[in-house]
Design a protein. Structure first.
Length: 293
């Protein structure tokens, strides 16, 4: 149960199945069976008591079981070899090997709809969640740990916990623990996840002001469009206490200051803001921007 809840992000409930009483002995002697609810999807789980029959015989057994109730049937096995796994998949027979493999073709549409609804309910990512997502993307490791994220991003453990939770709700990530360390793990490649979540990302840009160059102390130099003619800086709006105007009055003496919703210095490299945040601040498609960067 815990394995399915963690891997699929669904609730799992087991019940006695009344249809079992109507089945012939040659089936009931072979399997333990339960009616299972995976969220709102019902199915029948079979635990083989002995060695499984050949595929042809299994198909006949499944058809007989489904005569009592037209539900998907899933084999639960301790292990499966490559030959039987391939045969099951070719025959579209569902199976689960706990802590190892899941093949539930009947759940595909259901899970896709579930994750779409979860992402829609998310609406947009919080700034701290987006920061964590980009940190995970740049790390080029499918699994990151909370301790490292807290240290790298300079956020509190509570903030990162909330960010972990929001990313998990998108359906693109899973969370768990290795010992006492909580981890965040992508369910597909980094590019696939970024592409899926792009509609829910926010521009880090909160405001733009213009100040005399001499006033500005520090800050991250933001890459700007060609021919802008004046320097542009990106800073964390929470840490920037100068006031300026919203109109450029003199390109020779003034600089642009972009006030960001999260600290651009965290993911910056070589004095420039990270490409993903920069693309969003300029309202450009992420992947075309990265390719051109």
């Amino acid at each position: 149960m815990e394995y399915l809840e963690k891997m699929l992000g669904v609730s799992v409930k087991y019940h006695r199945w009344k249809g079992e009483l109507e089945l012939p002995y040659y089936i009931t002697e072979r399997y333990e069976m339960r009616l299972v609810e995976l969220d709102k999807m019902k199915c029948i789980f079979l635990w083989p008591k002995d060695k499984l029959s050949q595929i042809g015989s299994l198909k006949k057994q499944l058809r007989r079981i489904q005569m009592e109730e037209a539900l998907p049937v899933v084999f639960i096995m301790d292990m499966i070899d490559a030959y039987r796994r391939t045969a099951f998949i070719k025959a579209h027979i569902s199976f689960i090997v706990p802590d190892s493999q899941i093949y539930l073709p009947f759940m595909g549409t259901c899970l896709e709809e579930k994750y779409r609804m979860e992402i829609q309910s998310t609406e947009t990512l919080q700034p701290s969640t987006q920061l964590l997502l980009f940190y995970w993307y740049y790390a080029k490791e499918n699994c990151i740990y909370m301790h490292g994220a807290v240290k790298a991003l300079g956020c509190s453990a509570m903030t990162i916990t909330r960010a972990f939770r929001q990313l998990e709700k998108t359906g693109c990530f899973e969370t768990g623990k290795t010992g006492v360390q909580k981890y965040l793990k992508g369910k597909s490649s980094s590019d696939e996840i970024l592409y899926k979540l792009e509609p829910y990302l926010i521009s880090p840009l909160a405001d733009i002001i213009y100040l005399d160059k001499d006033v500005i102390k520090g800050g991250i130099i933001a890459d700007t469009e060609e021919g802008k003619g004046y320097p542009s800086y990106a800073v964390n709006k929470k840490d920037f206490h100068y006031t300026g105007g919203h109109e450029l009055l003199n390109a020779e003496t003034q600089a642009e200051v972009q006030l960001w919703k999260y600290d651009p210095a965290i993911l910056a490299a070589d004095g420039h803001v990270d490409p993903l945040s920069l693309a969003l601040s300029q309202k450009k498609p992420l992947f075309s921007f990265i390719k051109n960067d």
